[in-house]
Design a protein. Structure first.
Length: 308
């Protein structure tokens, strides 16, 4: 037991003794105490991306806070489950910082937990790679993650890399960015839990936040990793704007049979941070879990679950 453990269990106990309405009231009070400029910037951010609900105080709209209160109160046992399976102190400190930020607008804890040493996805203390890696990059965007992989492990440290991207204009940039590298397979496809087709919905947050949707102008083919890749895979990275859970469900065979390293974004909804690790555990109970984040200290994003 350490101070972070004590703080986490105290937070869980405090929330457990509150009804949802009282929890909502307290979060509202904590938000009201935030610097007005910071509070406005947070509202703009939430409304721009839309993952967590609307926040428009000037109109009396506090959906984001309502959803946070419900998520915190409804899933205490799930948060405990995740916390007690995190395998290092840094992970537990990060998890506590996220929940404390949601409840208290605690920016100090997130600042202390933020990752500065390693690139996104490639904590070299955790992720070990070899020349035989078959890497799957879901949400390859312009090739930034694949380039980061090569910078961290070297041009010879993979057998093949599969890059998936849903936006045609970005896909062209991706291929150009990685043109000089060998053995890269490009897939202009969305990855989900079933094969079919969906629409491309453009985001006001930029092309990196474009999503699959039922509405939109361009049609995007969707597939599952189990259907689309026949060879064993050894590493899957996923940052696909809320489709991470579906992509994992569509990769169940690979997860069970190949036990790939899983580097998964868990911040695109209020439930990802517990639902994704519990889903992975249900597929294969011998995964070990770690958590890191590199996003804003004001609202923690760029949170990565490492399942190894």
């Amino acid at each position: 037991m350490n101070v972070t453990d004590l703080s986490f269990y105290s937070l869980i106990d405090e929330i457990a003794h509150l009804e949802v309405d009282e929890l909502y009231r307290r979060i509202r009070e904590n938000f009201a105490a935030v610097n007005p400029v910071t509070a406005r910037n947070m509202a703009v951010f939430f409304n721009k991306f839309g993952y967590w609900g609307k926040l428009e105080p000037e109109k009396g709209i506090y959906e984001e806070i309502e959803l946070k209160a419900t998520a915190l109160r409804s899933h205490l046992s799930d948060y405990l489950w995740v916390y007690e399976r995190l395998c290092d102190y840094r992970s537990k400190k990060t998890f506590y910082a996220v929940l404390s930020n949601w409840y208290r607008y605690d920016f100090a804890c997130t600042a202390k937990a933020k990752e500065y040493l390693f690139d996104d996805y490639f904590d070299l203390d955790l992720v070990k790679c070899s020349r035989d890696e078959v890497v799957v990059d879901l949400g390859a965007y312009t090739g930034d993650t694949t380039l980061s992989y090569i910078r961290n492990y070297g041009e010879e440290c993979y057998k093949r890399i599969y890059c998936y991207e849903i936006t045609p204009s970005v896909f062209a940039v991706l291929k150009n960015t990685l043109a000089r590298y060998r053995d890269i397979e490009y897939r202009l496809k969305g990855v989900s839990d079933e094969c079919g087709a969906m629409k491309l919905q453009l985001s006001c947050g930029g092309n990196s936040a474009n999503v699959l949707s039922l509405v939109g102008e361009e049609t995007v083919e969707t597939t599952t990793l189990d259907a689309d890749i026949s060879e064993p895979v050894s590493l899957i990275k996923a940052d696909i704007e809320g489709y991470e859970l579906k992509a994992l469900r569509g990769a169940a065979r690979h997860i069970v049979n190949d036990h790939p390293k899983l580097l998964i974004s868990v911040y695109h909804s209020n439930d990802d941070i517990w639902e994704i690790p519990k889903t992975i555990h249900a597929f294969s109970s011998d995964y070990r879990f770690y958590l890191r984040f590199k996003g804003s200290c004001i609202y923690p994003t760029e949170i990565t679950l490492f399942a190894l």
